[in-house]
Design a protein around this ligand. Sequence first.
Ligand SMILES: [Zn+2]
Length: 328
Amino acid sequence: MDISSVLQGGYQHPLSRKWQAKRTLTKEMLMYPIFITDDPDAHVDIPSLPGQSRWGINKLEGFLAPLVKKGLKSVILFGVPLTCPKDGKGTPADDPEGPVILAIKLIRKLFPSVYIATDVCLCEYTSHGHCGILHDDGTINSVPSADRIAEVALSYAKAGAHCVAPSDMMDGRIKTIKRALIDNGLGNKVTLMSYSAKFASSLYGPFRDAAGSAPSFGDRKCYQLPPNAKGLARRAIQRDVGEGADIIMVKPAMPYLDIIADAAELAPDYPLAAYQVSGEYAMIVAGARAGVYDLKTMAFESTEGILRAGCTLILTYFTPQFLDWLDE
Ligand SMILES: [Zn+2]
């Protein structure tokens, strides 16, 4: 055999196989998505997201303490208002007594080491379930949408969030949020993580169950990106870098690894995040239950793909399990 034909000598040992990675999963790379609801005593399992629940703020300490002890470094909070009156501009999103703001303050106090990101969107709080403010004909009204998203982001930042992460996909919102943070003395205190390339995916179903955020009419295809859109995703990433994002995110992860690789090429000097979304998580769990593969092996393989594509941060519902698995 030719010398140039032999590769196996380089990865014959478990340790030399590890060295093949440019980047290996650590606990610092994991951000755990958490659903906070407005019933303070809630602990309600989400059937379509096995192992995940909606939590009331009175249950957060008991829920998070064991995870923090195992090395949980960061969370991203999603508000799930079930009882508040919703309206056209998502007024309850920044209610000072709302679940997200209360949770930010509580987690800061109970677990000062935990990095708190907050998802910023209006869809959980609007009567129509869309992510922005609408014209009478049901189309997006861009400028007031970005203004309102920035108002909500600013209120989370003022409550103590380390990072605000707009997922709404409204045009111009990154610039508007960055300006609001700077003008309020928070420009150097709060990270702006943009859901830059967020696709209109079928993989958000379990999340919508969890957050109660399905639109009451139409869909989100006029603001989330079409799944076939590579050029548009590249433009969105470059736009958000130009508008002042500190971290770029691609969502979902697994069907969009090429977009992650594009983001790594377009924004090489930025942390790059991927959201392994609810449907990806549910699919991996369902496959394991059906005997298709071993859950842990597949969970690692899925994140290895995301890291190989270029990510440095993964939002994943597997975080609690990885905290155990990474210690083994
Ligand atoms: Zn939304």
